[in-house]
Write a protein that binds this ligand. Structure first.
Ligand code: ATP
Ligand code: ZN
Length: 287
């Protein structure tokens, strides 16, 4: 009998594909991608990739055609499929926002009362405004939403924004955020034990990659007089490694610090007398 494989659906080409494939490669999973391939099997991990349009991914995972999928939360929430979100992936971050013509005076969400809104996300748009007691008419269109106001199709739009550049160049301004989105790993909710086991292995690898991305490896020199002060600033995975240098009274310290408070710690280290500070990226961090 063939050993069990898990089947994962990823976007064929678009704003999720590159980062999705990069993540699995960083997890040490080898596979061929690109070209017109619709599916591919890894040579060193029990996983098969299906390359699909992103809109089809939640449905395929719900039906069990695929066991897992990588999808933007915005698409997932709009279609309300019965799948489990097993991991936030931290890439393809964007927001679903309401925007109006730039020369309009915005008076708060009441502005939208009774208005026509063009969007590819009618469910999320209606749910958000409905909660605020605002009734609108949504017009579902699948692309080029931002031109709707200028051609008279709608008075406002609700669309995906990352920098706001597209809105600006279409004479629109962003006035309210409906939903913050990122890519997520989803799973069918009835995976058998063998597949759950493969998923656990995959998640362990993703966690290690993500931890590495959120941390930096720091190497520095310190005089023994400053050692206590500096050690106190460096938590490390357990505690920092301290190694004597050939120059008497001097030590090399190695530690791991989090990306979040990186600059604050570096400044405190310098004040505490740290010298020759080196900062290195971490590829993976296994706990
Ligand atoms: P498909 O051909 O697969 O249907 P699409 O055109 O619907 O693709 P893309 O534009 O590739 O979709 O976007 C896929 C997802 O990437 C979006 O649903 C959203 O989660 C995210 N995304 C969209 N725009 C941006 C952006 N500017 N920056 C980052 N992420 C984005
Ligand atoms: Zn799509």
């Amino acid at each position: 009998m063939e050993p069990t494989k898990i089947r994962i659906a990823v976007q064929k080409s678009g704003r999720l594909s590159e980062e999705s494939l990069k993540l699995f490669k960083e997890c040490g999973i080898k596979f061929e991608s690109g070209g017109s391939k619709l599916k591919t099997v890894s040579s060193n991990f029990p996983i098969e990739f299906l390359f699909l349009r992103d809109d089809d991914i939640p449905g395929y995972v719900e039906d069990g055609v695929a066991d897992l999928g990588v999808i933007g939360e915005n698409v997932l929430m709009e279609h309300k499929r019965q799948v489990d979100i097993v991991k936030e992936l931290g890439f393809s971050k964007c927001r679903l926002s309401l925007a109006i013509p730039r020369n309009e005076v915005y008076t708060g969400l009441e502005y939208f009362q009774g208005k026509n809104i063009a969007t590819s996300y009618p469910n999320l748009t209606n749910a958000f405004l409905d909660k605020q007691g605002i009734q609108v008419t949504t017009h579902e269109i699948s692309g080029s939403v931002e031109i709707a106001p200028s051609i008279g199709l709608a008075e406002a739009i609700c669309d995906i924004v990352s920098t706001g550049g597209t809105l600006l160049s279409n004479g629109l301004k962003e006035v309210a955020t409906v939903f913050n989105s990122q890519a997520v790993l989803i799973s069918n909710n009835t995976l058998d034990l063998a597949k759950q086991d493969i998923l656990a292995k995959l998640l362990f690898r993703i966690d290690s990659v993500q931890r590495g991305q959120n941390a930096k490896y720091v190497v520095l020199n310190a005089h023994e007089d400053n050692l206590d002060k500096i050690t106190a600033l460096l938590p490390g995975m357990k505690s920092p490694s301290v190694m004597p240098l050939t120059e008497k009274g001097w030590y090399s310290l190695h530690s791991v610090i989090s990306e979040n408070d990186f600059w604050e710690i570096i400044e405190s280290l310098r004040t505490a007398g740290a010298e020759g500070i080196l900062v290195l990226p971490i590829e993976k961090m296994i706990l």
